[in-house]
Design a protein around this ligand. Structure first.
Ligand code: GLN
Length: 495
């Protein structure tokens, strides 16, 4: 077996048995990155030397009997997490050259548990996008390709497109992502891997470049549901440095993956049968429900009456928070500074922000500033907050009838660069099935479940009650077992 084909759980066992060393495992992944990153551009920064050193230290720790739960596991980190001493760009020119003097809590916890970081993963600028095309560091290529059109340049999804592509192409065993409106679940689905956005508050946001603070959540990507569970256990936990992180015990998520789904009630929201949904997505969704029924679950039709308002609500709340969060990039405190000799302060702000932000980020700042402005605040922002409360209430009512909800992850398989990607509204429609979980703060897992007629992966999404990731993992693992998804992308290490 090629070392890049290990699951995380498998690699942990192999390291423990001495079948492979952390240094060998890391070197195999560094070689994969050297071969593939020039083609798919999944990583903005590669930290190969650091990684090999860290892997050696891991081997020494293991030899002393001090191995952590992720000791020696090679990961990629979305370039939205601040990493001490390693450039963090958020996919934006405005942060070019920014070297954080501190480490995000999530990455600090992964390191504490022994993980080895191979690099910083590409993303849509400030995590705004569903295609990775808005990155100032270039597009990421999806390692999968269409059967009948192998040369089409498919997007990996976004915003955590680099993380998902790196895991799918076997450049790393797992990666971190963040999900504000679908940025973990959508790229996971497009790249044929698993990814979970946990409950809002499950992971600390400290040290993650903020997009929309009431929606942002960190989560893992991996090639199996169990591997996501293993990573999440290390990433999660209360952090006094983030007042919105929840003071709750972190359960053994991996143990939940083997739980039976017998007797669980699985909700099917009738509003999710949207117009124009491709037949293969409807078919996969029905298939997923059949699998769960066969495993002993009960399927219950539910209604989420305000689901149709989720997308417009999200595209008011998220830009509003973004416009406020991004006010800090002023040419004084971080990264880029675009000043002329004669610049006054206002001119410095304007030049820096015009040069540093790409078109999508500027659009979001303008929308956000507009919906928050005097005269429009009540009509847009306040109204959106009220609708958000109704969307959350729909779910609370649903949880009295069901234990989890099954839905598609995305309304299509991966699309090609240029296919609607120049139309912002068309791009926003990609998030129709994912934004609700962020608005209501719920956990959502995307599991690869089948292929479309072009041979591209499709994902199913499991939603759960707040802080009930365990049921989400149990249901996701049941789908994974039934789907037995074995297809592989054409572009991968060891192929
Ligand atoms: N596509 C959505 C957006 O552009 C979600 C992005 C995300 O979850 N970070 O806002």
């Amino acid at each position: 077996m090629h070392p890049t084909d290990f699951t995380i759980a498998g690699a942990v066992a192999a390291l423990e048995e001495g079948v492979i060393s952390a240094e060998e495992l890391t070197r195999a992944h560094v070689a994969a990155i050297e071969a593939l990153n020039p083609k798919i551009n999944a990583l903005i920064t590669v930290t190969a030397e650091h990684a090999i050193e860290a892997a050696r230290a891991s081997d020494a720790k293991r030899a002393r009997g001090e191995a952590g739960p992720l000791e020696g596991i090679p990961l990629a980190i979305k370039d939205l997490f601040c990493t001490e001493g390693v450039q963090t760009t958020a996919g934006s020119k405005i942060l070019d050259g920014f070297i954080p003097p501190y480490e995000s809590t999530v990455t600090a916890q992964l390191k504490r548990d022994g993980a080895v970081f191979l690099g910083k993963a590409n993303l849509d600028e400030f995590a705004m996008g569903s295609s990775n095309l808005t990155s100032a560091y270039g597009a990421v290529l999806n390692p999968w390709s269409r059967r009948n059109d192998p040369d089409a340049r498919l997007v990996p999804g976004g915003s955590s497109g680099g993380s998902a592509a790196a895991v799918a192409a076997r450049m790393v065993l797992g990666a971190t992502g963040t999900d504000t409106g679908g940025s973990i679940r959508q790229p996971a689905a497009f790249c044929g891997i698993a990814g979970i956005k946990p409950t809002y508050g499950r992971c600390s946001r400290f040290g993650i470049v903020a997009y929309a603070s009431s929606l942002d959540q960190a989560g893992p990507f991996a090639r199996t549901v169990e591997d996501c569970a293993v990573l999440l256990r290390s990433m999660a936990g209360h952090d006094p440095k983030d007042s919105t992180s929840a003071d709750r015990a972190v359960p053994d998520f991996a143990a939940a993956c083997t739980r039976s789904v017998k007797g669980l009630r699985i909700g099917v929201p009738k509003e999710y049968h949207i117009d124009g949904m491709p037949a293969e997505i409807e078919k996969l969704w029905r298939q997923g429900l059949d699998w769960l029924r066969d495993a002993g679950a009960e399927i219950v039709e539910i209604s989420l009456p305000h689901a149709g308002y989720a997308l417009p609500t999200y595209y008011i709340v998220a830009p509003a928070e973004a416009s406020s969060n991004l006010a800090r990039y002023d040419g004084v405190r971080f990264g880029l500074r675009a000043a002329e000799k004669e610049s006054d302060l206002r001119d410095l702000y304007e030049r820096t922000r015009a040069a540093g932000f790409g078109p999508e980020v500027r659009r979001r700042i303008m929308i956000g500033t507009y919906v928050l402005s005097a005269g429009y605040y009540d009509a847009y922002y306040l109204k959106a907050q009220k609708v958000r409360a109704l969307i959350a209430r729909d779910f609370r009512e649903a949880w009295s009838k069901v234990d989890a909800i099954l839905a598609p992850a995305t309304p299509s398989a991966a699309f090609a660069e240029g296919e609607g990607s120049d139309d912002p509204v068309q791009m926003y429609l990609n998030d129709v099935f994912t934004v609700t979980a962020n608005l209501a703060g719920l956990p959502g897992l995307s599991v690869p479940a089948g292929l479309d007629p072009q041979g591209l992966p499709l994902g199913l999404q499991v939603l759960g009650r707040p802080f009930d990731e365990e049921t989400v993992f149990a249901v996701g693992a049941a789908i994974e077992r039934a789907a037995d998804f074995k297809a592989l992308p054409g572009m991968r290490a060891g192929a």
